[in-house]
Design a protein around this ligand. Structure first.
Ligand SMILES: [Zn+2]
Length: 147
């Protein structure tokens, strides 16, 4: 299963996984020790705290995939930086996004062929949760017409 996570990103590793109802839940974490402050570009190894982000990914074997991603809040110790802390950025999902970028691409691909209501139904049959309004906002962000 760790190979599966490496396909998502080389720097991430599997902590544990479990199957819950119709979903597979992967708890993953970055193996990078040093993170870069997005505000000033300084490197930091000082962890303030760790929380988990829940991010939906492409389904496997007809099961919805949920990534529980350990996300570090880091101290920035650059005295010239305006921020004392920053949150770890994961390369496979936008900040605060609830879906991976590859899942978003899949949803957009499906939705540009169909109305968003039919797209929502089709995605649901493939175990991807995306309601009509979230499809619309994804399409708008990507400058597509929402039908
Ligand atoms: Zn900084």
């Amino acid at each position: 299963m760790d190979e599966f996570i490496k396909l998502l990103n080389q720097d991430y590793e599997l902590v544990q996984y479990r199957i819950k109802d119709k979903a597979v839940i992967f708890n993953i974490q970055s193996s990078k020790k040093e993170l870069t402050c997005p505000f000033c570009g300084s490197k930091s190894i000082w962890v303030h705290s760790i929380y988990q982000r829940e991010i939906q990914d492409l389904p496997i074997q007809d099961r919805q995939v949920i990534l529980l991603v350990d996300t570090r809040k880091m101290f920035c110790k650059n005295p010239d930086c305006l921020h004392k802390t920053f949150a770890e950025i994961h390369p496979f999902a936008a900040p605060r996004a609830k879906k991976t970028e590859r899942l978003v691409k899949n949803i957009i691909h499906t939705s540009t062929q169909l109305s968003s209501l039919n797209a929502s139904r089709l995605l649901k049959s493939e175990n991807i949760t995306a309601c009509k309004s979230s499809i619309c906002s994804l399409l708008k962000k990507n400058a597509n017409h929402c039908g």
